[in-house]
Design a protein around this ligand. Structure first.
Ligand code: CTP
Length: 403
């Protein structure tokens, strides 16, 4: 397993299995990961921070309110830099606190502030494991997207036999590797556009559309996680910038064109996810328009915006467009692919429930320049992003092709 340079935070809670966390840290460091350890107060009764410090080769974080620790490893920075947070052992108490969103020690504070995937390796007495409270708490966390590995069944440290034993460190490390995923976009630059554009009528009014930017932000986030250097050109949206992504905020189609053309130089791929307004008011009134001057049936004259996607043709090895359709999706999308000269079109039927603007899921088809049509099932937008990146990565060819 190669985790070269991957940033993993290992959280250790207080249970007899805490000593196995030392093995986990060692396995992750051996695989090349940059490991930071956070210990609860109870965990320090079972293993010393010194042990963890020696194994991780970094100071161990134990206290939110310690000024020296905050100066060297601020807890928000710790959370923000992490690509994965793994808690092993995750005790019944920590699971309960996470389920309720508590932040009453450093570990739960880091967990709450962390946007990276969270992996729990539970360990506790079998009756605690089976208790309805623990079951309900875990269910809540899993529904929230938290991952779990283990526990094992067997002889427990407390003398009981049953489920609740911390799974072997090697298996936890493997689960970490699977969650971190490949770094197959390392060394490549990627440009993603997302969100709507707003086309001003006057200083307070504009023409816009219902795009929220979720799909484009998911692609940017996943590409960054897979190692790409990502520039996200974002229209007006309230979404937070994904970790490790350079964001350029724009409002209008013309600003988006400028920012995208500037960023695409030297990029391996550009993905036009943005719902660019096709038209803009031909005149932007310098002052707010007044009803008294407009009458009962005012008209807004429109003019065509530049087609950014068409202009990107040939400017990057892989150019991807999106097609939001409401009928005859495949035919319209194939036409768009040909007209705009892109390498891949991601098409969806925005009239279908669960697809399109504002949803967390999407059912898309991928149309290739070679005439191929790949229909994906209804997936969440993160998974759609991964599938698009897989397809695009294959179009780029082997890693040796990196300039
Ligand atoms: N696009 C663009 N610049 C525009 C308009 C669209 O780059 N001025 C890009 C979008 O980001 C998307 C694709 O082109 O990747 C969508 O094509 P588009 O022609 O906008 O689709 P529709 O507006 O749906 O076209 P039509 O109204 O003809 O169906």
């Amino acid at each position: 397993m190669d985790l070269g340079g991957r940033r993993v935070v290992v959280g250790v809670a207080g249970g007899i299995a805490a000593y196995k966390a030392a093995e986990l840290v060692r396995a992750l460091v051996k695989a090349g990961a940059e490991v930071r350890v956070v210990m609860t107060e109870a965990a320090q009764k079972f293993v010393t921070p010194l042990t963890m410090q020696a194994l991780s080769q970094h100071p161990v974080a134990t206290d939110t309110f310690d000024l020296t620790q905050e100066a060297t490893i601020g807890h928000i920075q710790l959370a923000d830099r992490a690509e994965l947070l793994v808690i092993a052992p995750a005790t019944a108490d920590v699971i309960a606190r996470l389920a309720h969103g508590l932040a009453n020690d450093l570990l739960t504070t880091v967990a709450l502030a962390c946007r990276a995937p969270l992996l729990l390796a539970p360990a506790m007495n079998v009756n605690m494991w089976r208790h309805p409270a623990t079951r309900a708490n875990l269910k809540t966390l899993v529904e929230r997207g938290v991952h779990t590995v283990g526990p094992d069944a067997g002889e427990l440290a407390c003398g009981w036999i049953g489920e609740g034993r911390l799974i072997e460190a090697a298996q936890i490390a493997e689960a970490c590797g699977a969650l971190l995923g490949p770094r197959d976009w390392a060394g490549r630059r990627v440009v993603v556009t997302a969100g709507p554009t707003f086309e001003p009528i006057d200083p307070v009014r504009f023409i816009g559309n219902r795009s929220t930017g979720k799909m484009g932000f998911a692609i940017a986030a996943r590409a960054a996680r897979r190692g790409a250097e990502v520039t996200l050109v974002a229209g007006p949206t309230s979404l937070p910038t994904p970790p490790g992504v350079r964001r350029v905020d724009v409002e209008t189609a013309r600003q988006m064109r400028e920012a995208t053309l500037a960023a695409v130089e030297g990029a391996a791929m550009v993905v036009m996810t943005a719902a660019v307004a096709d038209y803009r008011p031909s005149v932007e009134a310098p002052e707010k328009l007044k009803k008294a001057d407009l009458g009962d049936t005012p008209a807004v004259a429109l003019m065509k915006n530049p087609d950014i996607l068409a202009e990107l043709k040939g400017r990057a090895p892989v150019v991807i467009g999106f097609a939001a359709e409401t009928e005859d999706v495949e035919r319209h999308a194939a036409e768009k692919l040909r007209q705009k000269g892109c390498d891949l079109i991601v098409a969806n039927d925005v009239s279908e429930a669960g697809s399109g603007f504002g949803t967390d899921t999407n059912r898309v088809m991928l149309l290739g320049r070679d005439g191929s049509v790949e229909r994906l099932p209804l997936l969440n937008k993160d998974e759609v992003a991964e599938r698009i990146l897989d397809r695009a990565r294959a179009l780029l060819g082997p890693a040796e092709a990196v300039a």
